[in-house]
Structure formats: C-alpha cells, structure tokens
Design a protein around this ligand. Structure first.
Ligand SMILES: [Zn+2]
Length: 364
C-alpha cells in the first residue's frame, strides 16, 4: 500500500493545531507537508502555494520534484482555497482535494501508527514562503526620489519601456517577461522577471510576492492603495488571480503585449477593463531603428498573434529589436538627465534611471 488518501485523512488532522492548516503530497515513502496559519484571501502565500512553489524548485540535475510527482494529488486541510490558489493549481495541472479536519479518534491514532510503521512513512516539512531566497534577490534599494505623478498614458510608456529594457538585458533565455509594480505616485515598489528555474515564478507573481518578502509594510497597503503593475505581456490566469486577490481590485494593470494563448484568455482580470488594459499606444522608438522596430513588431504580431517579443530572443533579429528598445531607454535616460527644465518626465526618468542602475541594466 502506498501513501494514499486514506493515509492523509489520518495524518492530516494530527498536523493542524488551532487556526492552522496543511497541504500534503506523497513521495513514497516520504511525504511532504507545508503548514501554516489559515491564510487571508489576500495573502500571496499559503501552505498550498508554498508547496507548489517548492515542488518547482530545481534540484541539481534531476529537475524539479513537480515533474516526478505531477500525477499525484495534493491534499489540504483547514481552509478554503482562494481563487488565486485554485488558479495556480489548475494552470500547473495539480489535482487538489480538500480533506475533512475531524478530531482524530483513538482508533484513528492507532491505525495511523500502524500505517506509519508498515509503510515506513517519513515526513519532510516544507518551509513557509519556500522561495523567499529567490524573491529576496528582487529587493528594491537606493532609488532616486519618487516622481509624485499620476501616470498618464505618456508616462506609462516610460515605465513600459523600462520593463522592456530589463527584459532585453536580462533575457538570456526565452520567455522572460518583466513586471514593475509602482505606487499611484509612480514610485517603484517591486519588480519581477519570469524565472527560468521555477515555472511558477512568472514576472507578476514574483513582483507581488517579493514585495511581501522584502517590504511587508508596503505590501500590506496593496489592499487599500491604488497601484500600477506594468508588465510586458498580458498576465496569464495564475498571475491574474494573484493580482486580483492580493490587490483587492486596486492594482491597475498595464501590459505591453497581448497574449492570446490558452493560459491568458478569459482571466479574472478581463472582466475589469478599466483596471486591466493594453498600453494605449505602441512604444514609438524615434531613433534610426524605429522603422525597423515597428516593422518587426508588425510582422511578429501577424505571425504569432499576441506572442511575447521576448520569446523570439533566440533569433538574431529579435535581439536587435530588444536592443533597439533598450537603446531608446538609454536615449531617454540621457536626454532627461541633461534637460535643465523641471518636468514630470524628467522626474520619472530620474527615478527609472536609478532603478535601471540598481538592476545593473545600465552600468555606473
Ligand atoms: Zn503568468
């Protein structure tokens, strides 16, 4: 007999104290347990999220545990899943099943003891916020003062250009999307780049979770304060779920490109057009490479409707395309650094410049 639903129904209730909950999965004869307090519906972490993220951490040459265990169900006890938790499980093909949290009887304890002994079951506890180390790398520091602006369409383009610039410089592999979270006054609060090491850590998930790890005070205000999330690609269902849950409808999403793939159509954000829309106008690159860039963009959109620019980075030409976007960012940085006249754009670019230096997208 292996560690099945009957086993988890016995062991689960013994692992939850008052106000606690667990998520569990079998890896016979081991079983992994993520445990914590019952999460709020606005929390970007929960035992289920901890477990799924942890299962996707690559270990050495053997890949992640998720590839090996993906056919196994995840059992959980003690809380009702939020929409973002369900979306994360569904999009990553995990079956999840809630078990009843009943008080263990003497007979239950006895049968559990027998099964633990017979199947030599060994528990391994998963750390809470299992990917904190990775998220800590996205800590924000030493930025120029916040520009104190309302991001108009024109100013939104500067943030988006900055996001594409980070994607251009940090994308050594395909599919890297970049997201930047700002306050309503244009201050960068956090950011994320799609991970190639952990398939759960999309740019938007990373931007939100890293704020909770690196700046909990600001994170606690996501529910009450208006913020902006600039992301180079339309958020998928998993990211949309996290944005909606953790931002309580206060995160205004602006994205650079459509994504008509299955994972990004009909997300929970699509019902909120005023809070979720494509950048109003394409980024115009008014340098020598502008026409080339716009042609590339057009032909790309026809061939791969909605696909992300960054997925084409394997080819030489898209590299040039992204370099052109980055070149435009540098041009803007220099232009506004030299401008004497005080303006909103100048303040925004000074803030973005300090961010691009912090992320080593531009060097000192
Ligand atoms: Zn996503």
């Amino acid at each position: 007999m292996s560690l099945d639903k009957g086993f988890f129904s016995l062991v689960g209730p013994t692992l939850t104290g008052q106000g606690e909950c667990v998520a569990m999965i079998a890896d016979d004869p081991k079983y992994y347990v993520a445990k914590g307090v019952v999460p709020a519906t606005t929390d970007p972490f929960s035992p289920l999220i901890d477990l799924i993220e942890w299962l996707n951490v690559k270990d050495g040459h053997s890949g992640s545990k998720s590839a090996r265990l993906s056919a196994k169900p995840i059992y959980y006890i003690g809380w009702d899943l939020g929409g973002h938790e369900s979306a994360m499980a569904r999009q990553n093909n995990w079956t999840v099943e809630k078990l009843p949290n009943k008080k263990s009887s003497e007979k239950d304890i006895e049968s559990l003891g027998m099964r633990l002994h017979k199947e030599q079951a060994v528990r391994e506890n998963i750390p809470a916020r299992a990917v904190s180390d990775t998220l800590a790398r996205f800590k924000i520091s030493q930025l120029a003062p916040a520009p104190s602006i309302m991001p108009t369409d024109q100013l939104q383009k500067l943030y988006m250009l900055c996001a594409f610039s980070i994607a251009a410089k940090k994308a050594q592999d395909r599919g890297r999307v970049t997201a930047i979270l700002t306050s309503a006054a244009g201050e960068i609060l956090s950011y994320g780049i799609k991970s190639h090491e952990n398939s759960i850590l999309h740019a938007e998930v990373t931007a939100i979770q890293s704020l909770f790890v690196n700046d909990p005070d600001r994170a606690s205000r996501l529910k009450t304060d208006q913020t902006y999330l600039f992301t180079t690609l339309k958020p998928c269902g998993m990211c949309a779920g996290m944005i909606a849950a953790c931002g309580s409808g206060k995160i205004h999403v602006v994205y650079g490109q459509d994504d008509f793939g299955e994972g990004a159509s009909n997300t929970c954000l699509d019902a909120k057009p005023s809070m979720h829309h494509k950048l109003v106008q394409d980024l115009k690159l008014k340098d020598a490479k502008q026409s080339m860039l716009l042609e590339e963009l057009d032909s790309f959109r026809q061939r791969y409707p909605g696909g992300p620019i960054v997925q084409r980075l394997d080819d030489q030409s898209p590299k040039e395309l992204m370099q052109a976007a980055h070149g435009r960012t540098l041009y803007k940085v220099n232009k506004y650094a030299l401008t004497q006249e005080e303006s909103e754009k100048k303040r925004v670019m000074a803030h973005l410049e300090s961010f691009l230096r912090m992320t080593e997208v531009i060097s000192a």
